[in-house]
Design a protein around this ligand. Structure first.
Ligand code: FNR
Length: 392
């Protein structure tokens, strides 16, 4: 079948990096959806810092090694074909209708983890099915213990074995682009919304075909609260006084592996391990929560130094290429994630765009390890960091 390409639009295969996919996505989706996907909090210092600090990590190439690198990675007793996964993204169906399932299918095809968000627009059971054993679940803790219990039981019943509790949203971030775009609760579509929809026909058509996105993971509980919209219900439900005792409680409820997502302070990493976590997910939420937050790559180095080489540490926030992944690896990450890279892809081209994002990241990682003369992701460590002294 010949895919119709809008006039003047280059085919997806000619887009050569995640930034190209982002530019395409920006054109294809309404401004409020782009602002929600791309934006950070406050003056977006946390967002910029992620990029700047990743760029500051230099890698030392070694030649004449003849290596053909093995990019697979072991995590929690399982080997994935790639050392990267798809981070949880809420309201993904608003960015591109069907984005969650498109990405879940790519996670299955390329054998990488995909994390279903509590507030995803696709039911966690459907993501689990489409991802074929590669799905994880991300929990935003509810104030109601019975909702948390039920969500975790559903995730387990769906075959999910890895769960991440997100701790870095005690309050909504100061998302100024959302405020400027009037993409705030309660959402009231005005003339500008109508204009945006009209001027983005591919997005509008796809949305009309899929129906407007909801929150299927939580819809079944909303009946408990009279007279509230579902979105108001969700914002009133997120537990804003989460403590380490709650984490201990989730530890008892969840028989699988448990990560704590959103850790930046080395002290918190130690507390999370004390509370029974199987791993630390270093993240500044992609710069979406705090303007003055440290870059995740700096927090990663500090956390590794604090907790030593043993515990599992995964990292996200700013990863846009295989080189970024290698940077995170030499600073101590066992595995990396990205949210935006994949949703830029889905927004740029639906299923084909999702596939392109994964292919670009995987091929760039292979190129990077080859360029470094490093035989495998497992072998890549601080010896490949350019500091002018060590050599591998
Ligand atoms: C997110 N993130 C997120 N995290 C989480 O734990 N639950 C969620 O529902 C969401 N939702 C969400 C929506 C959007 C649009 C974005 C961009 C991000 C954060 C996400 O899991 C991850 O930490 C960041 O996306 C990583 O940064 P990069 O790769 O996007 O720079």
């Amino acid at each position: 079948m010949v895919r119709r390409i809008p006039r003047g639009e280059a085919p997806l295969r000619s887009l050569s990096c995640i930034h190209d996919l982002a530019r395409r996505a920006k054109r294809r989706i309404p401004a409020f959806a782009w602002g929600y996907l791309d934006g950070g909090s406050g003056e977006e210092g946390g967002l910029r810092r992620n990029r700047e600090r990743l760029d500051s990590v230099l890698l030392k190439p070694r030649f004449c090694t003849g290596v053909r690198p093995d990019c697979s990675a072991e995590l929690f007793g399982r080997r994935y074909a790639q050392p990267f996964g798809i981070a949880p993204v809420g309201m993904g169906g608003l960015l591109w209708p069907g984005a969650d399932l498109a990405l879940a299918a790519e996670a299955k095809r390329h054998d990488l983890p995909m994390v279903a968000s509590t507030v995803s627009t696709t039911a966690l059971e459907d993501i689990a099915q489409a991802a074929g054993g590669n799905a994880w679940f991300q929990l935003y803790a509810s104030r109601k213990p019975e909702i948390n219990r039920d969500l975790l039981e559903r995730a387990w019943a769906a075959g999910i074995r890895v769960m991440a509790v997100t701790v870095d949203v005690p309050m909504a971030g100061d998302r100024r682009r959302d405020v400027r775009n009037r993409f705030v609760l309660p959402f009231r579509p005005g003339p500008r919304f109508a204009w945006e929809v009209l001027t983005h026909p591919a997005w509008a058509l796809a949305t009309a075909r899929h129906g407007s996105p909801g929150f299927p993971n939580l819809a079944r509980y909303s009946g408990e609260v009279d007279g509230q919209t579902l979105t108001a219900f969700i914002s009133s439900q997120i537990k804003d006084d989460l403590g380490w005792d709650d984490i201990r409680h989730f530890r008892q409820l969840w028989p699988g592996k448990m990560l704590i997502k959103g850790i930046l302070a080395p002290e918190d990493a130690a507390l999370a391990l004390d509370a029974g976590a199987d791993g630390i997910w270093v993240s500044n939420h992609g710069g979406r929560q705090q303007d003055s937050a440290p870059a995740a790559i700096d927090a990663l180095a500090a956390i590794r130094a604090e907790i030593g080489p043993g515990p599992v540490v995964v990292m996200d926030s700013g990863i846009r290429s295989g080189e970024d992944m290698a940077r995170a690896r030499v600073m101590g990450a066992d595995f990396v994630f990205s949210g935006r890279s994949f949703y830029y892809g889905a927004a740029a081209g639906g299923q084909a765009g999702a596939a392109r994002a994964v292919e670009l990241l995987a091929s760039d990682l292979r190129r990077t390890l080859t360029q470094l003369g490093c035989p495998s992701w497992g072998a890549l460590d601080g010896r490949w960091r350019w500091d002018g002294r060590d050599s591998p």
